[in-house]
Ligand binder design. Structure first.
Ligand code: TYM
Length: 329
């Protein structure tokens, strides 16, 4: 089984990324052949400071490793270091329709009805499909927010396969973890926790110190009935905190509801802060160690070489089917 997933380079990784992505990636490395990527080309859909972007690529690579990825077994690399992603993206763009791309909720949210939107934001999901399909990926572990993009990758794979009578692409499946699949903002549990939200107390970043973690959790929105019970509709704030607690502790939501029956939000939030600090401290220490080591770039270059060996074969198959080029690949 081949697994592929990617994370955009940004300096501010938060617990949503950890629980929804990194933690799952690391678990899968023992069951499958894993290819993980820092998707730097996705991040230039909006202009980025070049020097900052290079640093962010290394930041994310270090987080993968700090969260437990073994890069001898699994492949870790930067997307732009393997040319096949962009090449396949063009072929897939020519198999996509403007109608389906304009229905993508992330495009609609970012475009907000503007007359003209950067074209990269529009074609972003096609590049994402290329990332996945170029490795003959079977399974893509992602958070719920990526579901529509995974569906597009599947549609494109099936469409191309149908056109050529099958055998071009492996049709991938999304794996949406139930716990941690959608960590919501602490100040507004109706929207997902995000690195771009203005209020820094809306998230817990993986580099936050103890004081910030305690403050963010003690400020987290709850409700006035004082009961620690999971009910996404009526108690979205408490449900989000229970979800976070559950994935950090490995205890089920029911167990936690029992443990905290009759207790106030104060104790619950305080215990969750202790647990969060306990979990994030070793990750942060490992991160700082690897981030400043000389090995990091070498790990990514080695990963790119191994990724390229897989991707070139798939691309050769696709070019052959489409009748592209005369060079023997
Ligand atoms: P990105 O960089 O926004 O997020 C990386 C991963 O973290 C998950 N995630 C969350 N999970 C739970 N709760 C949250 N609040 C939360 N916020 C983020 C995301 O679901 C994702 O799994 N388009 C992708 C990157 C990408 C990709 C790919 C992913 C590019 N190509 C190919 C998989 C396969 C993105 O922007 O993720």
């Amino acid at each position: 089984m081949r697994v592929f997933s990617g994370v955009q380079p940004s300096g501010d990784m938060h617990i949503g990324n950890y629980l929804g992505a990194f933690k799952q990636f690391v678990k899968l490395q023992y069951e499958a052949d894993c290819v993980y990527c820092v998707v730097d080309m996705h991040s230039i859909t909006l202009p980025k400071d070049p020097a900052e972007l290079r640093q962010y690529i290394l930041d994310i690579a270090a987080w993968y490793i700090a969260c437990g990825l073994d890069t001898k077994g699994s492949i870790l690399f930067a997307q732009s270091d393997v040319g096949a992603h962009a090449e396949l993206a063009w072929v897939l763009t020519c198999s996509s329709y403007t109608g389906e791309l304009s229905r993508m909720t992330q495009f609609k949210a970012k475009g907000k009805g503007a007359e003209s939107v950067p074209a990269g934001i529009f074609t972003y999901p096609v590049l994402m499909a290329a990332d996945i399909l170029v490795y003959d990926t079977d399974v893509v572990p992602v958070g719920e927010d990526q579901r529509q993009h995974i569906e597009l990758a599947r549609d494109l794979a099936i469409r191309v396969n149908n056109r050529f009578g099958g055998g071009v692409f492996v049709v991938p499946e999304g794996r949406y973890v139930t716990e941690g699949a959608r960590i919501m903002a602490l100040d507004d549990p109706t929207v997902k926790m995000s690195k771009s939200a203005e209020n820094e107390y809306s998230r817990i970043s993986l580099l936050d110190d103890e004081g910030k973690i305690r403050k963010a959790l003690s400020r987290a929105t709850t409700d006035s009935d004082g009961e620690i019970r999971y009910d996404e509709e009526k108690k979205p704030g408490v449900s989000n905190l229970l979800n976070i607690y559950s994935v950090f502790s490995g205890k089920s939501i029911e167990e936690l509801e029992k443990q905290y029956a009759g207790q106030g939000y104060g104790t619950f939030k305080n215990d969750l802060a202790d647990l969060t600090i306990e979990t994030l401290t070793p990750l942060r220490e490992k991160y700082l160690e690897i981030r400043h080591s000389d090995e990091l770039v070498g790990i990514l270059l080695d990963g790119a070489e191994r990724a390229n060996a897989i991707a070139e074969k798939v691309l050769a198959r696709v070019y052959d089917k489409f009748g592209l080029g005369v060079r023997k690949r």
